[in-house]
Design a protein around this ligand. Structure first.
Ligand code: 5GP
Length: 204
């Protein structure tokens, strides 16, 4: 069985990342979502073990000390981390693994080398539109929105470090674009993985 690839998706919060992910996971087979650990409190409607593994700071810091995270970062005052073992197991099972992580985490994985990953940045059409969306969804108070907007400005400036940029102007188009990136990367991967064997089969 071939080993899966990692798809690292970063976006300022409110850019529409969860909707995009849900849609693409429904449409394409062979994708697995990496469930991060976080010290953030669950939001309304979130379930432990589905969106995140919700843990306390002590548990998180112990895991960090033990080197269990492929990457970790502090975002908006909370810790978030990706379990190395969970991702390795998902990829070893042949799934392409989607990591919804911030730009710091993406930078850490990029810097490690030796990880087969594609880097995708999802941007809102503008910062003004982003603020509107954050207010409309009604999940955060004014102070949190101000922190998220300051963070968004910084994250947008890191977007040119990513291989792919998807601007979420229109949801359906953004979904199609993300899907196309995954399919294109899979086609590229096959070239190396199946090597001569596949070509021998296809050639007359
Ligand atoms: P939220 O609290 O809104 O779910 O996520 C806040 C930010 O943390 C988002 O940008 C999300 O991508 C990021 N995030 C979620 N999980 C991880 C993780 O495991 N590592 C890193 N570095 N960032 C994460």
């Amino acid at each position: 069985m071939s080993k899966g690839k990692l798809f690292i998706l970063s976006a300022p919060s409110g850019a529409g990342k969860s909707t995009l992910l849900n849609e693409v996971m429904k449409r394409l087979k062979g994708l697995a979502f990496s469930i991060s650990h976080t010290t953030r409190a669950p939001r309304r409607g979130e379930t432990d073990g589905v969106e995140y593994h919700f843990v306390d700071r002590e548990t998180f810091l112990d895991m960090k000390e033990e080197g269990l995270f492929l990457e970790w970062a502090e975002v908006h005052g909370n810790f978030y981390g990706t379990s190395r073992l969970a991702v390795e197991e998902q990829a070893a099972g042949g799934a392409d693994v989607i990591l919804d992580i911030d730009v710091q985490g993406a930078g850490i994985i990029r810097g490690q080398g030796g990880v087969d990953a594609a880097y995708i940045f999802l941007a809102p059409p503008s910062l003004a539109e982003l603020e509107l969306r954050l207010r409309r969804r009604g999940l955060d108070d004014d102070e949190t929105i101000a922190i998220r907007m300051a963070n968004a400005r910084e994250e947008m400036s890191a977007s040119d470090e990513f291989e792919y940029l998807i601007v979420n102007e229109n949801k359906d188009e953004a979904v199609r674009m993300f899907e196309s990136v995954i399919l294109a990367e899979r086609a590229r991967g096959r070239r190396h993985l199946d090597g001569g064997e596949l070509r021998r089969e296809l050639l007359p």
